[in-house]
Every structure is written in C-alpha cells, then in structure tokens.
Design a protein around this ligand. Structure first.
Ligand code: WQD
Length: 337
C-alpha cells in the first residue's frame, strides 16, 4: 500500500519523499517536472538507497492519473503539485486556477473511484489574507487573499471541505505552511527556483554565491520590529516531518482537520539577513527598495493545535536553515542543472 506524492520532485515534495522512504513507507511519485528536474530522483536514491515508482504525468491529466490508480494500490495521497509563484499568479490567474484547482478536482474524482481514504493537502498561510492580528490561529478568518495563488489554495480548501461532508469515510489534513526555507543537511536536495528567485532565502543564497550583486529589501516602512516584512520561516525538513505526523493523525480517522505548520516565531527580512551572515560568515549586501505589491507587514503562526493534536513542533531554527540553505547552494551553484 503506497503513499502517492504529487509534486514529489519539488522543493517540499522531495524533502517529504526522503522522510517517507527513511521511515519505511512505500512511495509513488507523480510529477510533470514543470518546476523541478529529473536529477532530484537520483538525489533521492543517493539519500535513501531507494527508487520510488515515478510517473511523469500532469495531475490535471485524468486518463494519465487513472493509469496510476489502476496500477498502484494507494492508501493515502500527499498533494503538493501546483504552481506556486505569487508574482506569476497575478499575471496568469486563469492558468493558476486551471492547474491548481483542476488538478485537485481530478484527484478527488479518483479518490472517490478508487476508495482512497486519506489525503494531506499542501495549503498556505496566504489563505488568511491580510491578518487582522498575529499570531494566526486555524480558526481565524480566511479570505481576502492578496493574490490568485493564495485564492487557489483557499478554493481547494473549500473543495476538500465539501468533499469531506459528502464522504464521511474520508480523512483529510489541510496543512497551512508559513514560509518554508532551508534544505536537507546532506546538501543534495534544496530549493532550485527558475530564473530570478521570488522568495527571500533563495535570493539571499544567490547573492552569497555571487550570482546576484545584492539583495533588494522590499520596503522598510512596515509596522514591524525594524520596518521590514516579518514572516514565520519553517525549516523544510521540519515541514516534511509535519506531513508524516499528519499521515499518522489521519489513521485516527479524524475526518477533516486543519493545522498551521510554522515555528510560532516571526523573523524580519533584516533579521534573516543577519542570521545568514552570522551562521555562514558571509556578507549579504542589500539595498532598501519600494514595497512589493501585495506584501503584508507580518504573519506568523499560532502553533499549539498541531502540537496538541499531532504532537508536531519544529526542532530546527533559523540558524540551522541558514547553514543548510548555504550548504545546498554552495554544493549546487546551478541548482540541479
Ligand atoms: C518574504 C519576505 C518580502 C524577496 C510567499 C507565498 C507563500 C509561500 C512563500 C509558496 C517579504 C521580503 C522577498 C526579496 C525581500 N509560497 N523579500 N526581497 O511573500 O511571505 O510568501 O512565498 O509556498 O505562500 O505567499 O515569501 O520569501 O517572497 O517574502 O525583501 O528578494 O521577504 O517583502 O517581507 P512571502 P517571500
């Protein structure tokens, strides 16, 4: 009985596949390499000595996905596959809705047809929109997303809630990630963005390796500790462990559950820069620029529910993530190319 991981060669997907394999799970990966590379499969083998079954399929492809469910016995699904660039979603909203919501609809149809009981969904803190207060609790109001990417995550959450209402035998864990950073300590897998990184940490590591002249700090007039944006940066290996906790939780047949996955701590842009410089003994030159449209002042997670109900809490901190991101970037100056 296998765990089907969609988007399993992506940044968070690959880290989760490694933890699943190292904890004895049988894994089947579906990925279309739209935001990852086949080399990730070789790195997973190097790290686990196992080659999970792999299907190069777009999750929106109903017939292709039917083949997977026909050939494999799936006991649970972890659904990572989706487009995730906030900036790109603003330019191409229809593509994001078609891909992210469409792929989830295909999965739900096949879950019903093949009686798959459990699903873990990769959601995002962006579903909270512009927070009225921090830290954010799972019971806080969602909506008012500041970009189509976040809206697609919220739409999928609603789809899952409706599906769970009609299928009492199904168990679903919606995991709302805050800001994933870092890399596996082996330096063999990590974040490998296409082109100019949207996200802060990969941009910092590209400055550190000399690929970018300096970091652009998007605004220092936010209502935060030092004026720069504050976020809850969770180490990607902690995040991967959170998915294994969620799979275990679903075995208790809880129905539909929602958890924030974060550290419970806020870190500003400049605090992250300083932590990176200190952890790695490098200098990160930066300039203060205008705010980025759609950015919010701060958000970080209230994390007690994941701990009380799943026994999940983060073990790695910002310094670990800075060291691990830098090791990944140094060992892979051109990512997986
Ligand atoms: C973090 C902070 C920026 C880049 C988004 C999605 C979220 C998740 C992570 C997918 C902000 C500042 C950034 C730079 C900067 N996506 N920044 N210079 O926007 O909080 O979250 O990415 O899984 O769902 O919403 O992350 O890393 O882009 O920005 O100053 O070059 O760093 O203004 O304050 P964000 P981010």
């Amino acid at each position: 009985m296998a765990i089907l991981v969609t988007g399993g060669t992506g940044y968070i997907g690959s880290h989760t596949v490694v933890e699943l394999l190292n904890h004895g799970y049988e894994v089947v990966i579906v990925d279309n390499f739209s935001n990852s590379k086949p080399e990730v499969l070789n790195r997973i083998f190097l790290m686990t000595n196992r080659r999970p079954k792999f299907y190069q399929i777009d999750v929106c492809d109903y017939d292709g996905m039917t083949e997977v469910f026909e050939k494999e016995t799936i006991k649970a699904i972890i659904h990572f596959a989706g487009l995730k660039s906030v900036a790109e979603s603003v330019e191409k909203p229809e593509l994001y809705f078609k891909n992210n919501v469409g792929s989830s609809e295909v999965l739900l149809q096949l879950m019903e047809k093949y009686h798959v009981p459990n699903l873990v969904f990769s959601s995002s803190a962006t579903v909270y929109g512009v927070p009225k207060h921090v830290p954010l609790k799972e019971s806080d109001k969602v909506g008012g997303c500041t970009n189509p990417y976040g809206q697609t995550k919220l739409d999928i959450e609603y789809l899952l809630k409706d599906y769970a209402k009609e299928h009492k035998e199904v168990n679903i864990a919606i995991l709302r990630y805050f800001n994933p950073i870092g890399a596996h300590q082996s330096g063999l897998i990590g974040e490998d963005p296409h082109g100019i990184p949207n996200n802060l940490m990969p941009y910092i590591t590209q400055v550190a390796i000399g690929k970018r002249p300096h970091l652009n700090v998007y605004g220092n007039d936010y209502k935060t500790v030092d004026g720069t944006g504050v976020r809850d940066y969770i180490h990607v290996v902690d995040l991967a462990h959170g998915h294994l906790r969620a799979l275990k939780k679903l075995e208790e047949k809880p129905g539909l559950v929602i958890y924030n996955l974060g550290t419970g701590k806020g870190t500003s842009v400049l605090e992250l820069v300083q932590a990176f410089e200190k952890a790695n003994n490098v200098k990160i030159p930066y300039i203060i620029c205008d705010r980025r449209p759609g950015d919010i002042d701060e958000n970080y997670a209230e994390v007690s529910k994941a701990f009380l109900e799943m026994g999940f809490k983060t073990k790695l901190d910002i310094e670990d993530a800075c060291r691990d991101s830098w090791r990944w970037q140094r060992k892979n100056p051109h990512g997986y190319d």
